[in-house]
Every structure is written in structure tokens, then in C-alpha cells.
Design a protein around this ligand. Sequence first.
Ligand SMILES: [Zn+2]
Length: 409
Amino acid sequence: MSQLPFRAQVASALGRTAATLSRMTGRGDGSVIGGRVGLVLEPDLLRKLAQDRKLVLVSATNGKTTTTRLITSALLELGEVATNAFGANMPAGHVSALSQAKRAPYGVLEVDEKYLPDVLDTTGASVLCLMNLSRDQMDRAAEIWLLAQKWRRAVAGKPVHVVANCDDPLVTWAASTAGQVIWVAAGQRWKEDSWCCPECGGPLDRKDSDWACRECTFRRPQPHWVLDHDMAIDPRGQRWRLDIQLPGQANRANAVMALAVVEIFGVPVQRALPKLAEVRSVAGRYTTVERDGRHARLLLAKNPAGWLEAFDVTDPALPIILAVNAQGPDGRDTSWLWDVDYRILRGRPVFVTGERKLDLALRLDTAGVPFQLAGDFTEALAAQPPGRVDVIANYTAFQHIRTEFGRAE
Ligand SMILES: [Zn+2]
């Protein structure tokens, strides 16, 4: 790799120093502050750090941290990989990730959906992995259509390989202006944001996994890769069992996306699969924490689609603790809780905690799901019999539990 210009070297080094200081003073893992310092000193730092590397950008509403980790794990077969493993997914986090692995020939970067066009422009990444788009706590249907339109413009005419989930009509529409697209039928659990054609606004007809607009020519492309329950079917028609440790259909979807991405770099399925199988938890997700004989498995769910995925992973035989906060990263408006169908929880012991426990309680009551309120997570856990319990928490509630019980990985 060519040398960075002197100014970029200094900016990158000072950024790393700031990150170290931030860690030493207990302000988190320091990746964001380090990147910010670097960008102030050299606004063009991200472009310079990205030069001469083979980069993958991963974006979606849900699953981007996990998929970033899976791709990274498989690409390590080829050499060192720079990655923003802790979900710092805006340019300061990208600068930090690339600065910390200066010689890595590969980079896998999780990118916030809104930053994707800029980051693609700046880094000139060679591969984009686009998985799903749905409403989250702040963005409703109109906003995500605008977002898809920005993605569409960003990839148009670029020499980039796009790997896109063709079961998500909005992602398909966003990706279809790109010159080279590898379509992956990775499934779509949450359909509430894609009943209308993104091209013309007409109704989308669905039959099994296929979909097509009733009023224009927009329809699901023929997939190259297919996720079929726990099997991945590659472009040659060969079937591979997805023996991975991460639970649930959403993670099998992430895995098949990862297989399609790393094959572009020349990592065949048989080499990639064992590497995907090594990943047990991602930034605390799916980790089990223990206190006094209560083993709590932590699931993160930040939006309606994420809750559906979490329900798919939970064990119906176990009690469940739900924790909802409404701080900055969660969004203060919790009305999205009303978009989730909680009736699947009927019959399980349900405990509700977090700053917005009363909002969630009202929602559960309306859905006819009995529950108990707990003052905080520790109290909710102590109320369980010894044994296993599932926990679904939104962003800051999840981080709070991780901090309280140690940053288990
Ligand atoms: Zn249409």
C-alpha cells in the first residue's frame, strides 16, 4: 500500500492518540472521538485512508453490525481486515477503523443508511452489501423511500459490485440502477413498508416470495443466491447447510449475504462457512449474562422489524424481559411500539422495564398480553426463577444492561 501523505499520517496518528486517551479515561472504546479528531485535522482523511484498499460497505435498517462481522470473519482468510466492529457507523468511526489497521488490504465497514451515498463517494468502495430497509423509531415510510432514492442515485453508473436482497422491494429498487448486481433472495419478514411499488406507487402483488407491481414493469429480479430455510443455494445451484451459531432466520439471511459478498473476493463457500460458524455473538447481541443462577440471553431490537426478528429467536418456553428506553439513540417518540404485534408473547411470563415501561405496558395490555412491571432490569432479573430467561431491549437499554453486567463479548 502506498504511503499516506504526511498531513494524513499526522491526523491519523493524533486520532489514534485521542482514541487511546478516551479509552483510558473510561469514555467508551474511543473510536468516534479518535476519528473526529482525525477528520478535523484532515477533512480528506477518510478518502486517503481508503485508497488502495478493497472495501465493502454494509448498510441496512437491521443486521448491519452482524453482517459486517460475518463478512470480516470470512475475509480474514485472505489477510488483515480493517473494520468498525463496535457499530460506530458514521465517517468518524470509519476513519478510526481504517487508522487502527493501517496496513490491512481489506476493509469491511458498517455504514449508517443516511451516510451511505457520501461514504461510497469518498471511499470508492468496490462492494456494497444492501440488506433491508424499513421504518425505524424515527423514519417512517416516506423517509425510507427518500433514503432508497438516495441510494439509487448513489450507485447509478458507479463501478461497484452491489450485493442486494431482492426479497425487499425497496432495496431492489435502490440497487437496480447499479451496473453489476448480485441478487440474493434473503427473505423479508417485515412487509409493512413495502406494499406499494417504489417506482410508480401501484400495489405490489405477492405470491410466496415472488412480488411484482400490478401497474408497471417493476418486479423481483431472478436471484443468484437463495436462502431456503437453513440452506444457502449458490449461483451454481449447489446447496449448503448454514450451520452457524448465531440464532434465527434473520442471521441465516445475514450469512447468505456474507457468502455472496466474500465470493466476489474469491473466498469460496466451503472456506467461508466455517468462518461464519465461528461467530457466536456480535457486540453483545446473543450474549448470555448471569447473576445468581439467572442466565439472561440479550437480544437487541430497535424498530418493528427488529422486534419480529427477536421474537423469532426467543424460546416460547422461557420467561421474557422487555426493556425500552427513549434516549437520543432510541428516539424519544415510542409510538413505533404500536406497530409491533405482541400477541405472540401470550402465555409466557412477561416482565417490562426501562424508562418507557408504561408505554410498553399500555401496548401489551391492549394486545391482551399479561405482564409484570419491574423498577429496573436487575429487579426484573431477580424476579425470575433460576434458569434461563430471554431479554429484548432497545438500544440504550441494551447498552445499559451490558455495562451493568460487564462488557461480555
Ligand atoms: Zn410499479
